[in-house]
Write a protein of this length. Structure first.
Length: 264
């Protein structure tokens, strides 16, 4: 699958009948919780929090509980997910505010968000740097971006069957993107999870819920030698975590900015 088709396939991946919303995805739940656990270790008191690529708002309530005084906004490119997120109650009197928008062109003012949280979204982008630039643009000085995404070794065992899956970005490239966008003190982590299954159909349901497999790929998997020869399946999921800060002050680059004219 080439780069141009990766982002275009998002609608198909998350609109397919077999795929449920993110709250039913084992991977979204587990990795999102691990991302929240990392956020717990960082001292931050944001006034405005953005859940970018929010899905159905699965982790919005946890974010609101962690930052009860903050205004929480959820953004997703897909209308069904954003609509579902808007129905999620953060408390008995407050619902999650959500909107439909492209992560590359967010309808938010410069320096208007103190924390950008993004769980399992960046790997679906054709141009991660464009979105990282947007994250940097909307962050206030001293603001934080924190994200998770899939790494290149995700579904390693299925790739070996010859089935084509999208290529996911390497964490070092994402680190470079953070620096290129003007964010500072980037921290990148990687871990590999191993999923074990004795039922190929359950495996497919979980992958479909996470948007990791299309119907045509499911058919190819069920007819592959991997299914014919095994009663147990192991899948590798490479998870990348990253965070970076918006500098309090923009550093001068030292580049030529024009001739300074002073009165005589």
């Amino acid at each position: 699958m080439n780069k141009e088709s990766k982002q275009q396939s998002v609608v198909q991946r998350f609109a397919q009948p077999a795929a449920k919303l993110s709250s039913d995805s084992v991977l979204h739940q587990e990795i999102g919780q691990r991302l929240l656990d990392r956020l717990e270790l960082i001292k931050l008191s944001p006034h405005k929090v953005l859940d970018l690529g929010c899905g159905d708002g699965l982790h919005a309530k946890a974010l609101q509980q962690h930052y009860p005084a903050a205004l929480l906004l959820a953004v997703d490119k897909l209308l069904p997910q954003a609509t579902q997120a808007s129905r999620r109650k953060l408390s008995w009197r407050k619902r999650l505010s959500s909107l439909v928008a492209d992560a590359e062109q967010q309808p938010l003012a410069d320096a208007s968000i103190d924390l950008v949280y993004s769980n399992l979204m960046l790997h679906w982008l054709d141009r991660p740097l464009a979105v990282v630039n947007e994250m940097s643009r909307v962050l206030t000085p001293g603001g934080l971006v924190m994200f998770s995404c899939y790494g290149p070794d995700t579904l390693l065992e299925l790739r070996e069957t010859g089935i084509e899956f999208p290529e996911f970005v390497d964490m070092h490239d994402l680190g470079d993107d953070l620096v290129a966008s003007g964010l500072g003190d980037p921290v990148m982590e990687m871990e590999k999870l191993t999923l074990k299954y004795t039922d190929s159909e359950q495996l497919l349901l979980d992958l479909a819920a996470a948007g990791l497999i299309l119907p045509t790929q499911q058919e190819a998997f069920l007819t592959s030698r991997l299914v014919e020869q095994r009663n147990e399946f192991k899948l590798t999921i490479e998870v990348v975590y990253g965070h970076a800060w918006k500098p309090e002050k923009t550093q001068e680059s030292g580049s030529f900015k024009g001739i300074e004219i002073k009165p005589a």
